[in-house]
Design a binder for this molecule. Structure first.
Ligand code: OAD
Length: 247
């Protein structure tokens, strides 16, 4: 970013009354975690989401799905937050800024974000696959085997993440909708903006006259509608922003 862009970013942040920051897999890319939709090395380029991230896939082959999530947990456990996670946490502490993430990796919390609306759940929680059973547990043991729920003893435990075809938490959606409808600056960071309902929040903010800022080195479906696109890696952008704010 050049000096003029950094000054403009500082101006947008400091003059906003209410900010909503929406993050996706790209915010964790500089922590070494694979994104979902980029050409090479992304998760959905290598693995089949219908097999590994759907209720049908789990019903067909729970062991394979369980082991795939254990592998992902292992990758994420060894990752550290990067300057984008750290910068976003600082913005939350300094300004009226709400954080909404599609990520399940917990890196925003690790970086010190005081509140995180997790649209797609969290990799380090298990829940019973039977939606009528309320059993949940924290799950950081990456060698734990697939097991039946200790409460209902009839269904398997599964990661508490949202799979394709499943509904998001109505409670989280209500809170995010309320925050987004009232914000005057909406920042979309590191997401392809292709997966709904998350992708619809930028439209909601824009229809209520909020400025839309996108931070993403690649063009997305949001780019042409955004008021400003900073086409650089999020870690670099937030590092420059933090240095400018701390001056
Ligand atoms: P995607 O993989 O679809 O998009 C990642 C975005 O991050 C791309 O637009 C990249 O250009 C961008 N990106 C890559 N490196 C970046 C960097 N250093 N800084 C900023 N941006 C960078 O991931 P999501 O949009 O998060 O859902 O995908 C949304 C949902 O689809 C995920 O939550 C997941 C997936 O299926 C579920 O698992 C339910």
């Amino acid at each position: 970013m050049n000096k003029r862009e950094i000054n403009q970013l500082v101006d947008w942040i400091t003059t906003a009354q209410r900010i909503v920051i929406m993050t996706g897999a790209g915010v964790s890319a500089e922590s070494g975690i694979a994104t979902f939709r980029e050409a090479k090395d992304s998760l959905w380029a290598k693995f089949n989401p219908q097999q590994l991230a759907s209720p049908e896939g789990f019903a067909n082959d729970p062991e394979t799905v369980w082991q795939w999530y254990q592998w992902r947990r292992q990758q994420v456990l060894s990752a550290s937050p990067n300057p984008a996670h750290g910068g976003i946490a600082k913005l939350q502490l300094k300004f009226d800024a709400s954080l909404v993430t599609q990520n399940v990796d917990g890196l925003h919390q690790k970086a010190g974000s005081p509140e995180v609306f997790e649209l797609h759940g969290n990799l380090f929680r298990d829940r019973c696959n039977n939606s009528v059973c309320s059993y949940q547990r924290d799950s950081i043991d990456v060698s734990a085997p697939l097991t039946l729920c200790p409460q209902c003893e009839s269904s398997y435990l599964r990661p508490s993440v949202v799979w394709f075809g499943e509904s998001l938490s109505a409670h989280v959606l209500d809170q995010v909708t309320e925050k987004t409808a009232r914000c005057d600056l909406f920042i979309s960071v590191g997401t392809s903006a292709e997966v709904y309902p998350a992708a619809g929040f930028a439209d909601l903010a824009q229809s209520n006259s909020a400025r839309i800022l996108e931070i993403n080195p690649n063009v997305t479906v949001l780019s042409t509608r955004a008021d400003w696109v900073i086409a650089e890696p999020a870690g670099k952008v937030f590092q420059s922003l933090m240095e400018a704010l701390e001056k």
